[in-house]
Design a binder for this molecule. Structure first.
Ligand code: 5AD
Ligand code: SF4
Length: 449
């Protein structure tokens, strides 16, 4: 990523939050490349600095301001040498706070939301003319229509197929910061997938805030769901593995389940956030499904793809959560058995319906529940990882590992693996025999054929 040529301008991007943000950051770099910006790994001496922010949990705005305070020194240093550095806040905090950021942080030149980064060239022009820019619109010309197709991605590439969310879970800011649900047309996605594969991608992760709410239009005018889209993307020769994230239980339909059975390239791993195992809490969260419906989806998926493993998101301490509600969540975890999970203490987000709900859970109670839940789940993934010792699995080596001579990749089940391997295997699917396992990673040996 680091580019040291002097003629190029240096672009430093710091990214917080979800996979969508990571993807957005790489697309911002794509857009700025023709303007002469090359991405660098360190903020010193950058010509542009973008803080791509996340608003999903507490104190997001405070954290951004303290980060601005910390990074400001680089802008000051650059200016002391007679140079110029543009400093921008992007992403969901930018969307939520807009003008307020410019007011509170005079050092910031640009503030722009997630739906506007295709307008970056125009914004940069203005900012270079010393105009301070705020852009938090939801433009009618979507960024997908005006983004360059060419992308620099590795063997495991991401492809955004859907954005936004209309679900309005009562705890969540995403529908407000990312806007309404929008699906890209089928042909555009398939074309982009082909191009990624031509450029060396072996695996593609289809991305969306609500990816299985996908309902894109095909050239024949018909609407396709995610299952049908996956089947079509799987036909691309040279593409070996497909993943998708993040999905919602409400949008799991028969086509999607069938795809898990029929499409060999679809990885046997599904991140399907459930948040809680209590029907009362699920209702208060506006998730619009029950805990049993979730169990049913898991069972249906396992029927068509017996080796599939699951991951989830959980929130503990949602307003009104009792010991019994928490126990219901623990029981769901025992019933399903997860291979990984993300879990959070509920944090009230101003402006969301849950922020005004009664029945606040004491922080120490929420902490205790979180620890309990995390202990149970990490036991589950340790057990799963250990059950893999002695098996041989296909690993896509994506990067060099922590130790010299090692490469790092993921199994089809999304476990991280480190193995001693020649660098020429970088970007390849390789058979790896698993030799060691901890809760969070595996160690393996490349099988010599
Ligand atoms: N408090 C705690 N966790 C939250 N998440 C989203 N909003 C909140 C909130 N207000 C979690 C959910 C979601 C994940 C991305 O972040 O579990 O699935
Ligand atoms: Fe947020 Fe719910 Fe939409 Fe997920 S489905 S982004 S949790 S509102």
């Amino acid at each position: 990523m680091t580019n040291k040529t002097n003629t190029q301008k240096k672009l430093y991007i710091k990214t917080w939050g979800c996979q969508m943000n990571v993807y957005d950051s790489s697309r911002m770099a794509d857009i700025l490349r023709p303007l002469g910006y090359a991405q660098v790994d360190e903020p010193e001496d950058a010509d542009m600095m973008i803080l791509n922010t996340c608003h999903i949990r507490e104190k997001a705005t405070d954290k951004v301001f303290s980060e601005i305070g910390r990074l400001k020194i680089h802008k000051d240093n650059k200016e002391a040498k007679g140079g110029k550095m543009l400093m921008a806040v992007a992403g969901c905090v930018a969307q939520a706070e807009g003008d307020f950021i410019l007011k509170r942080a005079p050092v910031i030149d640009m503030v722009f939301g997630p739906q506007t980064y295709h307008e970056l060239p125009e914004m940069v022009l203005k900012a270079n003319g010393n105009e301070r820019v705020v852009n938090t619109e939801f433009p009618s010309v979507t960024k997908f229509d005006s983004l360059p197709l060419e992308q620099q991605q590795g063997p495991a590439a991401f492809l955004s197929i859907q954005e936004g969310c209309d679900k309005f879970c009562t705890f969540c800011v995403v529908p407000y910061t990312r806007g309404a649900e929008f699906s890209r047309p089928v042909d555009k996605i398939v074309e982009e997938a082909r191009m990624l594969v031509d450029n060396g991608a072996k695996e593609i992760t289809l991305l969306g805030q609500n990816v299985n709410a996908y309902h894109g239009t095909n050239i024949d005018g018909k609407t396709w769901g995610l299952g049908r889209l996956i089947e079509s993307v799987a036909e691309i020769e040279g593409l070996q593995q497909i993943r998708y994230t993040t999905s919602h239980p409400r949008d799991v339909d028969e086509d999607l389940i069938r795809a898990h059975g029929d499409v060999d390239k679809l990885a046997p791993f599904l991140h399907l956030p459930v948040q809680s195992g209590s029907d009362k809490i699920l209702k208060a969260m506006n998730r619009k499904h029950t805990a049993d419906r979730y169990r049913e989806i898991i069972a249906d998926m396992r029927k068509v793809r017996p080796d599939i493993v699951f991951s989830s998101d959980f929130i503990v301490g949602f307003p009104g959560e009792t010991d019994q509600d928490h126990e219901d969540t623990m029981q769901l975890i025992r019933d399903v058995v997860f291979a990984s999970a993300y879990s959070f203490k509920y944090s009230a987000r101003p402006g969301t319906p849950a922020a005004n709900m009664a029945g606040l859970v004491r922080p120490d109670v929420a902490s205790k529940r979180l620890t309990e839940l995390q202990t149970l789940i990490s036991d589950q993934y340790l057990e799963f990882n250990q059950s893999c010792i002695g098996t041989t699995t296909q690993v896509l080596f994506e990067r060099t590992g922590k130790n010299k001579g090692q490469l790092q990749g993921r199994t089809p089940f999304f476990q991280a693996v480190n193995a001693t391997a020649n660098e020429r295997l970088l970007g390849e699917f390789v058979n790896v025999k698993i030799t060691e396992a901890s809760a969070h990673a595996l160690v393996g040996e490349v099988e010599v054929v």
